[in-house]
Design a protein around this ligand. Structure first.
Ligand code: BES
Ligand code: MN
Ligand code: ZN
Length: 505
């Protein structure tokens, strides 16, 4: 889909549908909405007066004016209460519009830029979030649908004045590039697990640079390591979890050199369990199909590298994604096994379903040894306990460095991807002490998200590190927060915002 700016008069511009907006409680529409209303004979104000339309968040009113405007359809979009309006709501407002356009099989939609007028946002920010929303809302995984969804070809932001054209165009380019990277990652997550095993994820990662303009692609180098190297590095966690599958594990390493030579590395580690059956500690069948999204952290970190390339983020970054398939078989690892991890620490396996922390622990050890990073961030669909604690609204944040955690929280508010800190108090370490090894991989029924985080902390050592538990937010069951059902692309917006903030690391 092409997203572009049109400088001109909304009344004369011809599209399949034009979109204007209204904040809740406004009785007499102003701005472009007012101009359209006046020109088409007051149909909008009449609908407000009669109570047909109130401007509530997400509410829509579709009109087919006979005259007064060049386009055939006018959609009025409710933006909700003005004092509750945020940049992320600008992003979310795209979903009902793009949805309707697809349903009506339209090919070109033109809209006022939400948030820039009465919403009080600067034009570039409004254009960023609005265009990102359009790019994300157009996404659909229809690979296996015989009847493909209709494609919206063109989305235009109409602005009457020439003055804000430059910042708006910048915002559009940013939102479209970020959205493209996120949708690339969503496709990986949505793919059926047989199409996306460790080798498949590695292949997708390898193809990442070629999908970018050459100047950006050249800054990215993707390496994939196989069983030999993983054995050589004594990554006991990755080897154990991958042992039950016919497809051996991979370690995907994607470097992006956007900074200067000698600038420190920021490492982005992502859980890449391409399918999590639970292994010998087999999960129950209901919902197991969803465990194809257990690589959402890995896909997200690769997508973040793609976004960094597309946006030219001036930092040296590396994504490290351990990719495994957690299967039960005659060769699988077992509860009771003791693993020797890359770091040298030993781990007693209580459940083969607590596999994420095992592969991440080795990825963390690898990242520290090879890159001596200034900061590490990991993202993982790590625990059901985090879903219990925070639901599908908010991801869990944990870390060993207050400043880094606080920067992540700032990035969360700015990006709109909600995150909440859970404490890694030392007392929790008791829960993962083992009788036979240094650690055990399950900390019991209490504080499951925290004990999983604490387990990782044991491997992060003195390197500043933040952990994001995205189990509840990487996939939506139904329409929510501006996402269609399916993969959300979380935490890419958060990571990109985090990387774009000032700061040495
Ligand atoms: N991938 C799951 C966590 C998960 C649960 C992600 C629900 C998305 C939705 C993880 O590997 C897992 O199985 N965790 C176990 C840990 C337990 C055995 C300590 C869990 O949360 O039940
Ligand atoms: Mn599991
Ligand atoms: Zn898992």
């Amino acid at each position: 889909m092409k997203i572009e700016l049109v400088v001109g008069d909304i009344l004369r511009h011809k599209a399949d549908m034009i979109v204007v907006n209204l904040f809740e409680g406004v009785k007499t529409p102003g701005g472009a909405t007012g101009a359209v209303d006046a020109s088409i004979g007051g149909a909008i104000s009449a609908a407000i007066r009669d109570g047909d339309f109130q401007g509530k968040w997400g509410e829509t009113l579709l009109l087919r004016p006979e005259k007064g405007i060049a386009s055939r359809r006018v959609l009025v979009l409710g933006l909700g209460k003005k004092e509750k309006f945020t940049p992320d709501l600008v992003r979310q407002s795209a979903l009902p519009v793009v949805r309707l356009a697809k349903k009506l099989k339209l090919s070109a939609v033109a809209s006022v830029l939400h948030g820039a007028g009465a919403g009080g946002l600067d034009p570039e920010t409004a254009a960023r979030f609005a265009s990102l929303g359009v790019a994300l809302s157009g996404y659909e995984y229809d690979r296996y649908k015989s009847e493909k969804g209709s494609r919206l070809e063109r989305f235009q932001w109409i602005e009457r004045r020439q003055a804000p054209a430059v910042p708006i165009r910048k915002g559009i380019a940013y939102g479209a590039a970020l959205g493209g990277a996120i949708n690339w990652g969503r496709d990986l997550v949505a793919s059926p697990p047989a199409d996306m095993r460790p080798d498949g994820l590695a292949r997708a990662a390898k193809a990442l640079p070629a999908g970018l303009p050459p100047a950006a692609g050249r800054k990215i180098r993707v390496k994939v390591y196989g069983r030999k190297e993983i054995e050589g590095w004594k990554m006991g966690g990755i080897l154990a979890v991958g042992r039950g599958s016919e497809i051996p594990p991979r370690l995907i390493v994607a470097e992006y050199r956007g900074g200067r030579t000698g600038d420190p590395w920021t490492v982005l580690i992502g859980k890449g369990v391409t399918f999590d059956t639970g292994g010998i500690s087999l999960k129950k069948w209901e919902g197991m199909e969803k465990m194809k999204y257990d690589m959402a952290g890995g896909a997200g970190m690769l997508a973040a590298i793609r976004a960094a390339g597309a946006l030219g983020i001036p930092k040296n970054l590396v994504a490290v994604v351990p990719a495994v398939e957690n299967m039960p078989s005659g060769t699988a690892y077992r509860p009771g096994d003791v693993l020797r991890m890359m770091s040298g620490k030993t781990v007693e396996v209580l459940s083969t379903d607590a596999e994420g922390r095992l592969i991440l622990a080795d990825a963390i050890a690898f990242a520290r040894k090879r890159y001596r990073p200034a900061a590490m961030v990991d993202a993982a669909t790590l625990t059901g306990a985090c879903v219990v604690a925070l639901g599908s609204v908010t991801m869990g944040v944990m870390g060993n460095d207050a400043e880094l955690v606080s920067r992540m929280k700032d990035a969360s508010s700015a990006s709109g991807e909600k995150a909440w800190e859970l404490p890694l108090h030392e007392e929790y370490s008791e829960q993962i002490k083992s009788e036979v090894a240094d650690l055990k991989n399950v900390g019991g029924p209490e504080a499951g998200a925290i004990t999983a985080g604490y387990f990782l902390k044991e491997f992060a050592g003195a390197t500043p590190w933040v952990h994001l538990d995205i189990a509840g937010v990487a996939w939506m069951e139904k329409d929510k927060a501006g996402y269609a059902p399916g993969p959300t692309g979380v935490p890419v917006r958060l990571i990109v915002q985090f990387l774009s903030q000032a700061g040495r690391r």
